[in-house]
Design a protein around this ligand. Structure first.
Ligand SMILES: *Cc1c(COP(=O)(O)O)cnc(C)c1O
Length: 407
């Protein structure tokens, strides 16, 4: 291949129903074409200010330190952990899936003394496990994943938050797959540090990691004995750029910040309650459709994240062939299992702009066809009927909300 012969890109349109990225809003792609300005330009300064307000809105917080980190969700994870943890600090990580384990790895790498609570993949971490661990060895920081994307478990936070704060510890939450798709409620849940990513329920391209620090967490960072292990992710330095001073730290990814501005603005226009309701109802309709095909879900009903559903692959079905078929025949992407669940589940995302009635219809229809090809006893049309019943059961007010947003 010669460099001079390489042609411009022509990427196919997909319907993204995997564990992320999700479909982006058209207006988000549009806004990325706006002219580039300097990262210290007064116009960009205004954009930054508005992004701050919008992020506080989706995080449901008054925290002043609420900014996008330049990097994907994992950069948010490192920023959260690196800023709070000094070498030798004790950290409790709750692990019930892949991303909990990643947090544990980051804690090890930044010199934290790691204590891990493990719960089986597909289950929540129980508050009693946290109580027990904190009684024996109270940690400075407790880390937990809100929506575990490897399993589809939505972790209840309220009771654990209470236990953590009774011990005077800080609560650090991964909200990568929940922010924008369900209430994270940073202030109400008393979360001290919370981070997310742009390509899941915020329906932006990947590249930024929104993060927020409570006043208490910020004091901890400001009072550190040794500087943050990462110069790039040091919020003390980042706040000199994002705060009033606007001092150069690194060049902000301008066009990505435009994209985030537009996606958050779109969510604000829809309204948080309506947006969360849309995610919840489309999830319920998805579940009804899957069950109509005779499929089983991994997670107990009360702990299912609306943004990500894990389906048990039936015996005798080639899970990779089904995914390949969906992509080739229907341009639909769904995810396979990872870690303990590799080859055993499909992961279906209904995140942000991908959580729409019409896209769900296309997804169920494609999945039905793919499963019939696998010789499963599935009747074409049953899943869509089950889905429609859920939508019909909605009351008028809810329907109005949905129609307004082009479902
Ligand atoms: C996707 C994801 C991450 C990592 O985000 P990247 O953008 O892939 O770096 C972290 N935590 C959870 C729960 C995720 O779903």
């Amino acid at each position: 291949m010669k460099a001079q012969d390489i042609r411009p890109l022509g990427i196919s349109q997909r319907h993204l129903h995997g564990p992320g990225p999700s479909d982006v809003y058209t207006s988000v792609l549009e806004v990325m074409k706006q002219p580039l300005v300097g990262h210290l330009d007064p116009e960009f300064s205004r954009v930054m200010e508005e992004v701050g307000v919008l992020l506080q809105f989706v995080f449901e917080t008054e925290n002043k330190l609420t900014i996008p980190i330049s990097g994907t969700g994992s950069a948010g994870m490192e920023a959260a952990i690196f800023n709070l943890i000094e070498p030798g600090d004790s950290v409790l990580v709750c692990t019930n899936g892949y991303f909990g384990s990643r947090m544990a790895e980051v804690v090890r790498r930044c010199g934290g003394v790691l204590q891990e609570i493990k719960s089986p993949w597909g289950r929540i971490v129980d508050v009693s496990q946290v109580e027990e661990a904190m009684k024996n060895n109270p940690a400075k920081v407790v880390c937990i994943v809100h929506a575990e994307t490897s399993t589809g478990v939505l972790q209840p936070l309220a009771e654990i938050s209470q236990v953590v704060h009774e011990h005077g510890s800080l609560l650090l939450v991964d909200a990568v797959t929940s922010l924008g798709g369900m209430s994270v409620g940073v202030d109400e849940q008393m979360i001290d540090v919370c981070y997310s990513g742009t390509q899941k329920c915020l329906s932006c391209p990947p590249g930024l990691a929104p993060i927020t620090f409570s006043p208490r967490a910020r004091e901890v960072v400001q009072g550190r004995k040794v500087p943050v292990q990462s110069w790039y992710l040091d919020t003390n330095l980042l706040m000199q750029y994002w705060g009033q001073a606007r001092v150069y730290h690194h060049t902000a990814p301008i066009s990505m910040i435009f994209a985030l501005h537009e996606s958050l603005r779109t969510i604000a226009q829809e309204g948080l309650a309506a947006c969360f309701l849309r995610h919840r109802q489309n999830h319920v309709a998805l579940v009804a459709g899957l069950e109509a095909m005779g499929l089983e879900l991994l997670v107990a009903p009360q702990y299912r994240a609306p943004s990500l559903t894990t389906v048990v692959v039936p015996d005798g079905v080639d899970e990779a062939r089904v995914r390949g078929n969906l992509l080739q025949e229907h341009h639909i992407e769904i995810g396979g299992g990872m870690g303990d669940l590799k080859g055993r589940v499909w992961r279906i995302g209904l995140m942000g702009h991908s959580s729409r009635r019409h896209s769900l219809k296309r997804l169920l229809n494609g999945l039905e066809k793919a499963l019939i090809q696998e010789n499963l006893p599935v009747t074409e049309g049953h899943a869509l009927e089950a889905m429609d019943e859920i939508y019909q059961a909605r009351n008028d007010q809810e329907l109005k909300t949905h129609e307004q947003f082009g479902e």
